[in-house]
Design a protein around this ligand. Structure first.
Ligand code: SF4
Length: 162
């Protein structure tokens, strides 16, 4: 199973949403890491700087000895999920041989930028999250409804509450 940054993002927002996403197969979004794999193959050994866009949200500038990720978010409302999504990309790229990765989340509407760092302990957390995501994908029924304010804006609202 390919764990994607979007899955990690959903993991932090709502595990029920993640379960819906995992069981209602969406091949386009699931192909995200396959794209990254191809990108690494095509660019890591190139001396030219290249810019790659993944899933319309994450830009990766491959530079001579590493990569700089830029994720653009509109708001900070679910900031933690975005941070872990970016950390996951950094972790994934590092596991596939891309060294010296830097990352930042850009909030153009707020005119702010947040630097993201991948610490050693984050890698352990991300390994556990990968295992948890696989466990969630194997559940026969979805995790409990969250009853959160943002549920009203969720695409799965009808499935959870109607
Ligand atoms: S409506 Fe709420 S509980 Fe249901 S999937 Fe969306 S965020 Fe999760």
């Amino acid at each position: 199973m390919n764990i994607t940054g979007l899955m990690v993002y959903y993991y932090f927002i709502c595990q029920r949403k993640l379960w819906y996403f995992l069981t209602q197969i969406n091949m386009e979004q699931n192909s995200e890491l396959v794209s990254i794999g191809k990108i690494i193959d095509e660019t890591t050994y190139s001396r030219e700087k290249k810019r790659i866009l993944i899933d319309n949200t994450v830009n990766i500038d491959f530079i001579e000895n590493g990569a700089v990720l830029h994720e653009v978010k509109k708001t900070k409302s679910i900031e933690e999920a975005g941070i872990w999504q970016v950390k996951y990309y950094m972790y994934y790229l590092e596991e596939h041989g891309v060294k010296n990765i830097m990352a930042e989340i850009n909030y153009p509407l707020l005119r702010q930028t947040k630097q993201i760092f991948l610490e050693e302990e984050d890698k352990e957390v991300l390994k556990r999250i990968e295992e948890n995501i696989i466990e969630i994908s194997n559940l026969d029924k979805p995790p409990e409804v969250l009853n959160a304010k943002f549920c009203k804006k969720c695409a799965y609202f009808d499935l959870c509450y109607v």
